[in-house]
Write a protein that binds this ligand. Sequence first.
Ligand SMILES: Cc1cc2nc3c(=O)[nH]c(=O)nc-3n(C[C@H](O)[C@H](O)[C@H](O)COP(=O)(O)OP(=O)(O)OC[C@H]3O[C@@H](n4cnc5c(N)ncnc54)[C@H](O)[C@@H]3O)c2cc1C
Length: 398
Amino acid sequence: MKTALIIGGGMAGCAAAHQLELSGGWDVTLVEAAPFLGAGVRTMWHGGHPYTFGPRHFLTQNERVYKYFNEIIPLRSCAEHEFITYVEQDNAFYAYPINMQDVREMPDYPEINKEIEEKKREKFIGAQNAKNLEDYWIGSVGQKLFDKFIDGYNKKMWLVDDCKEIDTFNWSPKGVALKDGPKAAWDEAWSCYPFAENGYDEYFDFATKEVTVLLNTKIDQYDIENKKVSLEGQEKAFDVIVSTISPDVILDERYGELPFLGREFHKIVFPTEFVFPENVYFLYYADSDSAHTRLVEYKKFTKHVSPTTLVGMEIPSHGGGKHYPLPFQWAQKRASQYFSDFPTEGVFSIGRAGSYLYGLDIDDCIWQAMLMREMLEQGGQTHPVPGEDYHFPEMQGR
Ligand SMILES: Cc1cc2nc3c(=O)[nH]c(=O)nc-3n(C[C@H](O)[C@H](O)[C@H](O)COP(=O)(O)OP(=O)(O)OC[C@H]3O[C@@H](n4cnc5c(N)ncnc54)[C@H](O)[C@@H]3O)c2cc1C
């Protein structure tokens, strides 16, 4: 039997465990710091309502991932749902991605249209040569729509004073900056949520059923170059190590700490059956006055039946967990330094923190675990982050 160590039991760690089981011949140990598997994707309960830490809806364009997951955790489509965004300038809620049906109704449509036409004449040159998020968006949709939808939101999302500071934006919706079609947010992807009342929870147990799971446990010391760790006071060597945690932790912050943003998360029960309009599951707030970025009405996803409804509110924060790797070039370069010190045989770094990629979602964690298994079965591993050069097509970040 070959031995594997998985560090972290979130979606990426559990998916990796299941792929190793499917591959066969592995003796796997999974180490998880928390008292449960699944991290923020795990279902919690408040006021009798199931919820997760922020929305965790299953969205993918990857047929293999969808089929694999749907067979284990049957998924209900929520393709009809719309994202709407509060735009303070107009005191109105509009669809996101920005939709021309709304734009045509805006009070300053003539000026906006002039800007859009100018951008079209420039063939979106501004967007293609953009150096930062602001350039990209102004180059795509013009100043006015940037001010309404993008500027305030991204400043509070990333806790920056200026969107020019955001200088990587491969997670930004290239190609769909302006939509002129149906308002449903994701009409080109599978957009779903589990049927089960406890959401994704059964996946975590199912995926790790053949694995030695150590909860409330952390590695004492890492010697990643030699695929050894000190665990529960003993030195242990493994044939393969799959890390799903931030790479700086594995390498003793030798290039400095990798920055993350966290979330303050508030739960509020309302005394009505629903509070959001029919097809609205999320509300985004693009204004810069309020601190919250997003509200989610959970029963829209879970279909929980109750005379009351639960809404979750997210507020970006400097503490509160390693949820959001920063989309700044200097931080991405620092992550690359760490990855280039990882061995390229038998050490994988997957998942959102493990890849240090904000736009990496639930489906991408599963996809990376599948790629990892292919690399192990076929040999030829060239990089510790599987699929790093893969263009996660719908990557928007959530
Ligand atoms: C608020 C929010 C909302 C989101 N909404 C969506 C969505 O709607 N749809 C979607 O597809 N994606 C969404 N995502 C992204 C998606 O949920 C994540 O990309 C995915 O769940 C990450 O899984 P992971 O296993 O990589 O990391 P995590 O879920 O962070 O798991 C890492 C695990 O490692 C453990 N750990 C950390 N340090 C150590 C250590 N030293 N030793 C041992 N264990 C350790 C942690 O306790 C955790 O369990 C959202 C993300 C956030 C933050």
